[in-house]
Write a protein that binds this ligand. Sequence first.
Ligand code: AMP
Length: 541
Amino acid sequence: MQGLMMDYPLTIDRILEHANRIYPRKKISTKLPDGSMHRYTYANLYGRVKRLANVLDKLGVEPGDRVGTFAWNNYQHLELYYAIPGSGAVIHTLNIRLFPEQLAYVVNHAEDKVVFIDATLLPLFEKVADEIESVQHYVLFNTDAGVETKLPNVSLYEDLMAEASDDYNWRVTDENTAMGLCYTSGTTGDPKGTLYSHRSMYLHTMGANQANVLALTERDVVLPVVPMFHAMAWGLPYSCAFAGAEMILPGPHLQPAALAEMIAEEKVTVPAGVPTIWMMLYQELQENPRDVSHIRVLTVGGAAMPRALIESYEKELDVSVLHAWGMTELSPIGTVSQLQTHHLALPEHEQWDVKERQGYPVAGVEMRIVNEAGEEVSWDGITMGEVQVRGPWIAKGYYKLDASPDHFTPDGWFRTGDVATISEDAYMHITDRTKDLVKSGGEWISSVVLENGLMAHPKVMEAAVIAIPDERWGERPMAVAVLVPEAGAVTTEELNSYLAAKFAKFWLPDKIAFVDEIPKTSVGKFDKKVLRHRYAEGQLG
Ligand code: AMP
């Protein structure tokens, strides 16, 4: 229609153009494998991304081809985040923690043509080399000409970059072109691929940067501890550039002492990672206090942030916590929990009740909760239902798979598999995964709520709850707990009487097994499949 607005494609290269134009001097720093810092600017990034796009052309990468990355968070990975989509290809971030057979599966399923490998991870990739079918070239970085490898057709990143021109015309004109591919961690069945488009990722970047969400600005110094191989590092590589925020990329240095040092020395304002990382950091800070006063908001997601840990950060360290929920299929941001004006008058402990929840859907994400009959249930803070979402950065299918009603509803919503309540004021609170709920005597028991109850006990560091078969009740909850080192022993009876103050009697776990470590998935979540297996094998007593 005449007079309508411009048809302006929302492509990832626009984000980099903006950063280069407006924030050319803002820094991106990487902690290299040897512990030294590599520093450059958005202007440097821009020039190198153009070079890298030429390298991709030279390697024969064509629009639509999948290009794998197998790397820590570092500047080379960031260059790939822009150059691959900018050249019209699809960046496929490979999870370095996948089991070898799953890694080979995803490379073959995606038919990656080229894979870029952080040489510090080379031995991990070499394990699957013989199983890989589609890859024509490997490119290594963080290494030199002396490197030995059994991979075929190997080039060195910096050699290719040195030969390439930094003049390049971005390729993508249609915003609905695929730009990224990320497989879910696959606790059930084969991993499934989510295929992002330029448009979905551009809109996610804007969504993530809203004032009511991450609110990144040019004043921020962001530390993405969340790996760039997991859920696109929550979109931070794009939202930082959009805002002109500085980035600190930790490379392989994810030990709590190294993170504490980076937070203090680089004056980090927004660290972002999963709860396990922040639990370890908290313990580190207890032993070796560091300056964390520059933190504007400690961002946490990927698993439930235990309330006790939120309290410790806020009360003891004066660090404000932003609890977020998302999924690979949501690009990944779905909800954030921060206080609204009407919460400010509440007593402190009730404010933490709010922050413990996963929060309200960000503008751009629509949410509903649905019962087993497929009917929407009310937002009363009590009724549980499966969380379903829709919006411009939410998957509508999986890569090379027919859309199944297990994942997508006929009326166009994505079924997350998470079970939650939503309060009257729109704060979602995850109570479980559909498959992890415990059904005892016909009543649902939320494993997540029990876990949080246990983790609030001062002697419990981590706790996971699984359903175990029971003749009388169908299923009963069992807990597996790791105790705080040197805090002393605690018995099942003591823990159950602690829980009894908060929960109905039938919720109390029948058994509590004390272990040294809870098995985790490749992205750091409790691996309940392994726990259930161990229980079935009689290894948990
Ligand atoms: P992934 O796609 O690997 O990031 O996994 C997504 C799943 O992680 C979600 O469906 C949730 O089950 C879980 N998850 C993510 N964030 C949170 C959170 N803040 N609290 C509880 N569970 C979460």
